[in-house]
Design a protein around this ligand. Structure first.
Ligand code: NAD
Length: 296
């Protein structure tokens, strides 16, 4: 494993959902001391369970040793209270994709974190410049956009807000390399690069389902075998979370004011039903049995 960037020793991760636990995992595995926070202790317990399971899988695959796994676990501390972030050099905000939630988190953090701390958000789509301007340090604020699943995916998008300074960008570029990942720079426009291309494709797949052009199975089969995608777009939507997909489409629709980004009403309906994909056990597939079963 690589060693941490010298100016960043301690990392605070806000939100212990599917992204937050993956982010805590990769930082801890690469030598950073991590404090992870969520609203409820139960979310933190579940996140630690997931991290333990994912590290265990890496040990079984000989990617890391038992000792590295144990050391990584020992470097992660959990707290439901953001006052535990008092010594953080870097904050990675990975809470739910809602601007009000994220702004409130940063407002709570500002009196707690040291002046030197760099603030980042893992947002999939919300304006970095806008989030940064709600803090006292827009020059030390950036988008740090990991891909799901974090321990596996190699890319991290680095997004500069309008005020982000070069030392902050350079430090974060080094941090990404220290995690064994590759950085791609994106300008601060709605949904950046990966989601600007990927999520409208998923939305189009939901329209294809909505209009009866294909079933869940035929759409996913068509795109897996016909376009050589490793996973069908509807299975991928379930993996990302349908609430996150809908939120990204809304940001594109509002931010670019173009009807081509209109979220499919069927996507909205699934979210309203609470069928958010794998994380709730049901989305375009039902995951509650041994095998995923299409829900349409
Ligand atoms: P998630 O729903 O799995 O997790 C979000 C977590 O944030 C939940 O555990 C929730 O309890 C917690 N949370 C909410 N408000 C909080 C607060 N005030 N303080 C602390 N914790 C709080 O969502 P996720 O998929 O992990 O997404 C998190 C972020 O990462 C979002 O901004 C999303 O856009 C982004 N992202 C998601 C993906 C993906 O594929 N799911 C990929 C890249 C980036």
């Amino acid at each position: 494993m690589a060693s941490p960037v010298s100016e960043i020793q301690s990392v605070g991760v806000v939100g212990a959902g599917q992204m937050g636990n993956g982010i805590a995992h990769v930082f801890a595995l690469n030598g950073y001391s991590v404090v992870m926070s969520d609203l409820e202790q139960s979310a933190l317990d579940a996140a630690m369970e997931t991290i333990r399971g994912n590290l265990g899988r890496q040990v079984r695959k000989d990617v890391i040793s038992d000792a590295e796994s144990e050391a990584a676990l020992a470097r992660i501390h959990c707290s439901t209270d953001l006052s535990a972030f008092g010594d953080c050099d870097l904050v990675v905000e990975a809470a739910s994709e809602r601007e009000d939630v994220k702004k409130k988190i940063f407002a709570t953090l500002l009196p707690i974190v040291p002046e030197r701390a760099i603030l980042t958000s893992n947002t999939s789509s919300i304006s970095i410049t806008r989030l940064a301007s709600s803090t006292d340090r827009p020059e030390k604020f950036m988008g740090l956009h990991f891909m799901n699943p974090v321990p596996v995916m190699r890319l991290v998008e680095l997004i500069r807000g309008i005020a982000t300074d070069e030392p902050t960008y350079d430090t974060m570029k080094k941090v990404v390399a220290s995690l064994g990942k590759e950085a791609a720079s994106a300008e601060d426009f709605p949904a950046f690069i990966v989601n600007r291309v990927l999520v409208p494709m998923i939305n189009e797949a939901v329209y294809t389902l909505y209009e009866g052009v294909g079933t869940v199975e035929s759409i996913d089969k068509a795109m897996t075998l016909g376009a050589n995608h490793p996973m069908g777009p509807l299975a991928l939507a379930d993996f990302i979370g349908l609430d996150t997909c809908l939120a990204i489409m809304n940001v594109l629709h509002d931010g670019l004011a173009d009807t081509k980004y209109r979220p499919c009403p069927l996507l909205t309906k699934y979210v309203e039903a609470g069928w958010l994909g794998r994380k709730t056990g049901r989305g375009f597939y039902d995951y509650r049995g041994d095998e995923p079963v299409p829900t349409r």
